[in-house]
Design a protein around this ligand. Structure first.
Ligand SMILES: *Cc1c(COP(=O)(O)O)cnc(C)c1O
Length: 313
């Protein structure tokens, strides 16, 4: 089997791509390694890990994948200003703010809630990187995808490129597809954490002509909702994917002692750092699923480490 990469968007020009990779010191392709675990593994599954956590020390791995072609587009069009949206602890805003600083592009972050009195470590970084931060209330934030609101915003910032929350546009699918393109061989499953769904959608789209199944691990309470988010980002409906909702530990960024102990033990065994918001839940779920013989005998499984370690602060 070969992994196919479906190009649905215009090709980015090589010069701006190279400039981008160099300017941001991106390590791509990311490493692919076997994980040797002492977990019970009745079906003798092989578990490999794709180290998108090593793409960059500050830019969270999957945020890079999702933003790559939007940033390229910005460079090609001499865009001097980018606007995007996120919560007070958003890895997306954090990654994008850093990229903009390095690329000398003005960045405006529209943040849900008012953190002026108590900015998160991410927002403190944004301030340090000279981002322009706008705090908006929940109702305003809810309008972030409404055409009237976006038109107003565009009028206020005529030179700006507006990137949706989480970087979730069609260019994101193209960037995420490169994960699949980089793989050394065939997998029966690719497993990844799910929050806004764009990473999963990219993996689904990139594997739809193969026998590889995509399994998402929901990191927040969102049965039905997460599936809908993913579906909305896909150009058509596909049958080779699903989302497991049993490992969110009570909701987004919620954790418990078992999960935190697991993250620590995992690091001791593998020297791979994970955090309780995304990758911790992913590997916690994988341990249980492998132990319960969820995957067929001799399955080849790839876990996508999406990064996010700066968020563990
Ligand atoms: C944002 C994020 C995710 C979730 O990806 P989505 O594309 O929003 O589903 C997973 N892992 C990390 C580290 C993230 O920062």
């Amino acid at each position: 089997m070969r992994f196919s990469y479906t190009t649905t968007e215009a090709k980015a020009d090589e010069k701006s791509l190279n400039f981008l990779l160099e300017q941001l010191a991106i390590t791509q392709p990311s490493a692919e390694q076997e994980l040797k675990m002492d977990w019970p593994n009745p079906h003798h599954c092989l578990l490999n890990i794709k180290r998108d956590d090593l793409i960059h020390p500050i830019i969270s791995g999957n945020k890079w994948r999702k933003l790559k072609y939007s940033l390229c587009h910005a460079l090609e069009n001499d865009c001097s200003h980018i606007v995007s949206f996120g919560g007070g602890f958003s890895n997306h805003l954090h990654a994008l703010a850093y990229c903009c600083k390095q690329l000398n592009i003005k960045f405006t972050a529209i943040v849900r809630g008012d953190y002026r009195a108590n900015p998160s470590p991410m927002l403190q970084d944004l301030s340090q990187w000279q981002s322009d931060i706008h705090y908006v209330d929940k109702l305003t934030y809810q309008r972030r995808e409404k055409p009237e609101y976006l038109a107003l915003l565009q009028k206020e910032y005529p030179d700006a490129m507006i990137i949706p929350e989480g970087g979730s546009n069609t260019l994101a699918l193209q960037g995420v597809a490169e994960i699949v393109n980089e793989l050394s061989g065939h997998y029966d499953y690719i497993v990844a954490p799910v929050a806004s769904g764009a990473t999963l959608a990219g993996l689904i789209h990139a594997t739809h002509q193969t026998s590889c199944k995509i399994l998402g691990i929901g990191v927040l309470k969102g049965e039905g909702y997460l599936e809908e988010l993913v579906q909305q980002l896909l150009p058509q409906s596909y049958g080779h994917w699903s989302i497991n909702h049993e490992y969110h530990c009570g909701g987004y960024a919620k954790s418990n002692i078992e999960l935190r102990d697991f993250c620590r033990d995992f690091y001791q065994q593998t020297q791979v750092d994970i955090e309780p918001v995304y990758s911790g839940k992913l590997f916690f779920a994988l341990r249980h699923l492998i132990q319960q013989a969820y995957f067929p005998v001799n399955s080849r499984i790839l876990a996508l480490h999406t990064g996010g370690l700066q968020g563990a602060r």
